[in-house]
Design a protein around this ligand. Structure first.
Ligand SMILES: [Zn+2]
Length: 111
């Protein structure tokens, strides 16, 4: 990976982490249980439960992604071989690194 690619990846990871850090508190707000005395009807309450579980799924996904990006960012800083496949030593395509920052294998070796 060239220095320029490393910088590009780090910028990408930092920006996405910032977006997730803004998104997570918003999702945390959504998964909070609605007070029982809340004056919403039964149907809205059902809606709310559905929305809550959607938000919960999004929240755990966002947290996992954030942790993976943070780890990749640390590796990009510390590991000279960051972006190279652990098996064949070939560069992992940038698009793959961005989509799966936790990956340390190229597509062929991951299979
Ligand atoms: Zn490989």
């Amino acid at each position: 990976m060239t220095e320029k690619e490393r910088q590009e990846f780090k910028r990408f990871a930092s920006e996405e982490m910032d977006a997730l850090k803004a998104e997570i508190p918003r999702l945390e707000e959504l998964v909070k249980p609605v007070a029982p005395d809340n004056a919403i009807g039964r149907v809205s309450r059902m809606d709310n439960i559905v929305n809550q579980s959607v938000a919960e799924a999004q929240l755990s996904k966002a947290r996992v992604r954030l942790a993976r990006l943070a780890d990749a960012l640390r590796r990009a800083d510390e590991d000279e071989d960051f972006g190279l496949c652990l098996v064949c030593d070939e560069p992992i395509p940038m698009a793959r690194l961005k989509a799966m920052p936790e990956t340390q294998y190229c597509v062929e070796c991951a299979e």
